[in-house]
Design a protein around this ligand. Structure first.
Ligand code: TTP
Ligand code: MG
Length: 348
């Protein structure tokens, strides 16, 4: 079956967060980075890009190109905070997420509750805008390479689907510098022998690919033909795993909350079993109507990934809570992991 892969990437991420937090910066050329004369640009708003400013450019050069720009230092902990919120939204769409950087990830939604890439993309975009106040670009395709190409297609605030039928029309006229995996040096070397566009690369014999791209030669050969079988790799070093949901309307009913807890426990259990992981600490989280977070944890004496253990622990926690105001969000998390490879081996 053909996969549905999404690539998501926040627009002008650090600069957009600065504009979000300070309305005086909105609509203006904002440059984020080391503010000393030796510093470099981390990123800049799209208003500043018009002047030719870009990431990794020395600050003094940016100042020359855009003297009336607003220069602000980076606030990493704030970007991390917003990034976590974005990833919470993504995790609500699928468990199969590969974070690439603070503002970028691949998602495999083939077996998620969404079976349509465009619907999932619109859902993500509208939640990120409504709940965080920022725009994100989303690319949709049947592999990672094309999904990434698509997310970049009409940035900022972009959305783009690349279908099988669009290959090779969409790829042929592309500049080779647009191909993820072809580095700056290779671009220069290929330009020197008269190769500027993907259509020029199509004519190049396969053994020359190895000469120019080394061990990645075959991959590049495939990619520009729309072939890429790389899987979306979940981050296996996670310290916790959870699900949470903002309710469509606030509730005080423990029964209603237990319904969500029941679903989350099943999903978490299935996921842990699939990855062969067990945890020991179970956390129930809820947010009241006035946005106050409550977290209650319980650590078991044994490691588990069973639905019943997760559900029952949360149920016990919830029974002890005094819920007399509306709850707007509920979540379940499991942590303190132990890999259970040994137990699995003993099964055979
Ligand atoms: P990017 O996603 O590459 O850039 P961006 O989000 O600012 O802009 P775009 O709309 O083109 O996606 O990187 C994400 C963040 O990482 C960026 O906001 C700042 C940081 N960053 C650096 O600090 N240095 C760099 O050289 C780059 C490329 C990014
Ligand atoms: Mg970005």
């Amino acid at each position: 079956m053909e996969r549905i892969i999404l690539h998501v990437d926040m627009d002008a991420f650090f600069a957009s967060v600065e504009q979000l937090d300070n309305r005086n910066l909105r609509g203006k050329p904002v440059i984020v980075g080391g503010t000393s004369s030796r510093g470099v640009v981390a990123t800049c708003s799209y208003e500043a890009r018009k002047y030719g400013v870009h990431s990794a450019m020395p600050m003094f050069m940016a100042q020359k190109l855009c003297p009336h720009g607003i220069y602000v230092p980076a606030r990493f902990s704030r970007y991390r905070e917003i990034s976590n919120k974005v990833f919470d939204i993504l995790r609500d769409v699928t468990n199969i997420i590969e974070p690439v950087s603070i503002d970028e990830a691949y998602l495999d939604i083939t077996n998620s509750r969404f079976n349509n890439g465009l619907v999932a993309a619109k859902h993500i975009k509208s939640r990120v805008l409504k709940e965080i106040g920022l725009t994100i670009s989303v690319g949709i395709s049947y592999n990672k390479f094309l999904a990434k190409l698509a997310s970049d297609w009409n940035k900022p605030n972009g959305i783009m689907v690349i279908d099988k039928e669009m290959i090779p029309d969409i790829l042929l006229p592309l500049k080779i510098s647009k191909i993820h995996g072809i580095g700056k040096k290779s671009v220069e070397r290929l330009n020197n022998i008269g190769i500027f566009y993907v259509k020029d690369l199509y004519e190049m014999p396969i053994d020359l690919y190895t000469e120019y791209f080394g061990k990645y030669g075959v991959e590049i050969y495939d990619r520009i033909r729309g072939i890429d079988s790389r899987e979306v790799k979940e981050n296996r070093d996670r310290k916790s795993y959870g699900k949470e949901r903002t309710l469509s309307s606030d509730t005080q009913s423990k029964e209603e909350l237990l319904q969500y807890i029941d679903n989350f426990s099943k999903e978490i259990s299935e996921n842990l079993k699939r990855k062969n992981i067990k945890g020991r600490t179970i956390t129930l989280k809820y947010k009241t109507y006035n946005f106050i977070n409550h977290t209650r944890s319980r650590t078991l004496t044994y490691y588990t990934n069973s639905y019943k253990d997760i559900y029952n622990t949360c149920k016990e926690i919830l029974e002890e809570e005094n819920i007399n105001v509306g709850i707007r969000l509920i979540g379940v998390t499991i942590s303190s992991f132990k890999e259970d490879k040994i137990e699995q081996l003993s099964l055979f």
